[in-house]
Design a protein around this ligand. Structure first.
Ligand code: FMN
Ligand code: PLP
Length: 231
């Protein structure tokens, strides 16, 4: 397949030398942009807001990396449903492949790939389950169809066919009064939120000639440091 695509010559250059990038920002990302304790939330909120304003697809999508009990890494995309100084929150199946990895190894990375903005933000840290009340509040805000699907899905387990999957979802819908029924769908015992509590957050801003800007903030245990990294 890829032999018909000239992958080696595929590249996008960022900005003109010494000028603004697609993020529309003239100044270069600088360590002084990271202030506060912890230093990352203010800039992260600003960049997230700019990604939303730029109408890029799914600006709250983030790539979550985990490592399972055998040391095997895996990544997949999840939606960020909360971000503040305590960390970034996502919701998923607790018995899924990622849920099992997090039970064995409660650490993760997440990357927001805001490529259209020529930006990315990369988090690493410890992962904890959110409080059941936080899961319930988010669950109740989800569309009923999504609730029924999450209830029916043993996420990451094999299933024989699409028809089997649809039948499993229909059985769950029937149990709760139908797709358009009024019976509330309870939070499935196998579903809920996680919070990644960052110990490091790196901001990346693409620049001409691959001379990009990278600023890393890390929790050293006695306080947060802020450093520029080479591209
Ligand atoms: C844009 C996008 C957003 C997604 N958001 C979520 C999410 O918030 N939670 C989730 O469980 N899966 C989400 N998925 C599906 C996951 O990428 C993944 O397929 C699923 O969680 C199973 O992953 P696992 O087998 O590694 O546990 C999303 C997929 C895409 C493409
Ligand atoms: C399986 C699954 N769970 C959760 C989500 C998060 O989205 P939401 O909670 O907004 O439905 C997604 C989004 O694609 C998803 O695919």
């Amino acid at each position: 397949m890829s032999e018909h695509l000239d992958l080696p010559s595929m590249r996008v250059g960022y900005g003109a030398a010494d000028s603004t990038g697609a993020d529309g920002v003239v100044e270069h990302l600088d360590t002084t942009w990271l202030t506060g304790d912890p230093p990352w939330p203010a800039l992260f909120q600003r960049w997230l807001g700019e990604a939303v304003a730029a109408q890029i697809p799914e600006p709250n999508a983030m790539v979550l990396g985990t490592v399972d009990a055998d040391g095997r890494p895996a990544t997949r995309t999840v939606l960020c449903k909360g971000a503040d100084a305590d960390g970034v929150v996502f919701f998923t199946g607790y018995d899924s492949r990622k849920g099992r990895a997090l039970a064995a190894n409660p650490v993760a990375s997440v990357t927001f790939p805001w490529i259209a903005m020529e930006r990315q933000v990369h988090f690493r840290g410890r992962v904890v389950k959110v409080d059941p009340a936080e899961t319930l509040a988010y669950w109740q805000a989800r569309p009923r169809g999504s609730q029924l699907s999450a209830y029916a899905s043993q996420q990451s387990e094999p299933i024989g066919s699409r028809a089997d999957l649809v039948a499993a979802a229909a059985a769950v819908a029937a149990e709760f009064g139908g797709v358009d029924g009024q019976t509330p769908v309870p939070v499935p015992p196998h579903w809920g939120g996680y919070r990644l509590e960052p110990v490091s957050v790196e901001f990346w801003q693409g620049r001409a000639d691959r001379l990009h800007n990278r600023v890393l903030t890390e929790d050293t245990g006695t306080g947060w440091t802020v450093q520029r990294l080479q591209p």
